[in-house]
Design a protein around this ligand. Structure first.
Ligand code: GRG
Length: 309
């Protein structure tokens, strides 16, 4: 990961001062670096040790960072990674454009790796992520969203990049198609578990630990799984309260809604759904040869669910 961080720093540079400033601002704020870790762990577990793994790990982190810059503009968020978001500090236009810079820099780096398969995996993944965000936009303020449609959005917007990162480890190692698919399945399940927990932390987390504001999803009228379950299990008046909050994106009644979400067991049920996905991910790597990388991949299945940030 030290080598990946070095590649990230080297490849962030631009002759345009504002790009340097904003990209260092967001990347310098840290982040958990889960997606690059997946590239490294799968390539290591499958026996590939070439320098391309660091390049690809940096590429997926650049794509992730570009999506965060764009997402915070779309969501009008003010806190990310424990600091003011780039849009809050530098404005929406600058954030979107630096997101474009990171995204296109990632594609320059992909070309330098010289593999059409790598290009294909990442072009497909970024296209699906964008589709996921548009689907989510269409679902805003809709209290009648089905769990199936909600899951589709999180598989697209979040799990796809986890899937691509894991798959790329196998692509680098030249693994046969069945192994590549198993790595991709791990990434998809881990990413789904990760987003389910993200959605529940929006109701039970601590803003300081989480590094972003609590209640943001409700403020935007985003119908996530904790709310869908609470509506299903709550009384008629509780259901109406949540419906209204989703339809109008209001947070005045956030404390009451958090209370309903907790009392109906919706947070526990969301965590259980995340645990089921993490278990699916675990089963994908369990048959691999014992190694440090495999142990770390198993450990990630636990950490994706039991996390507070
Ligand atoms: C630029 C390809 C492209 C698309 C733009 C806005 C958008 C379309 C996509 C946004 C997708 C998005 C932000 C999904 C949420 C994913 C998520 C859970 C982010 C938080 O990930 P962490 O917790 O972040 O890994 P850190 O800060 O740890 O890196």
């Amino acid at each position: 990961m030290q080598r990946v961080d070095a590649v990230i720093r080297e490849r962030l540079s631009s002759r345009v001062a504002l790009i340097d400033q904003i990209s260092h601002y967001i990347v310098g704020a840290g982040g958990k670096r889960i997606r690059p870790r997946l590239v490294l762990l799968f390539s290591q577990a499958l026996g590939f040790e070439g320098p391309e793994r660091h390049e690809l790990a940096a590429i997926v982190e650049f794509i992730h960072t570009a999506t965060l810059l764009h997402d915070d503009v779309v969501d009008e968020s003010s806190l990310r990674r424990g600091r003011a978001t780039a849009n809050a500090v530098f404005g929406n236009a600058a954030s979107v454009l630096v997101g474009d810079f990171l995204y296109s820099r990632a594609f320059q780096m992909m070309v330098s790796v010289g593999s059409m398969r790598v290009l294909q995996v990442l072009a497909d993944a970024t296209n699906v992520i964008a589709e996921g965000e548009v689907l989510q936009l269409m679902n805003m303020n809709d209290p009648d969203l089905t769990v199936e449609d909600y899951l589709r959005v999180i598989r697209f917007k979040t799990a796809k990049l986890f899937e691509a990162s894991a798959r790329l480890g196998a692509v680098l190692a030249g693994s046969p198609p069945d192994i590549e698919e198993r790595c991709a399945d791990y990434g998809r399940s881990l990413g789904t578990a990760f987003q389910l927990v993200d959605d529940l932390l929006d109701y039970e987390g601590d803003a300081k630990e989480l590094g972003k504001n609590i209640g943001d999803d409700l403020r935007e009228g985003k119908p996530t799984l904790p709310l869908l379950i609470a509506m299903e299990r709550g009384s008629e008046s509780e259901r109406q309260l949540i419906r209204g909050a989703i339809e109008h994106g209001e947070v005045q009644r956030l404390p009451d809604i958090v209370d309903i979400v907790r009392r109906t067991g919706a947070l526990d049920a969301t965590r259980e759904a995340a645990l089921r996905e993490a278990e699916l991910a675990r089963r994908c790597v369990e048959p691999m040869q014992p190694s440090q990388a495999r142990s770390a991949l198993l450990e990630l299945c636990v950490r994706a669910v039991h996390r507070s940030s």
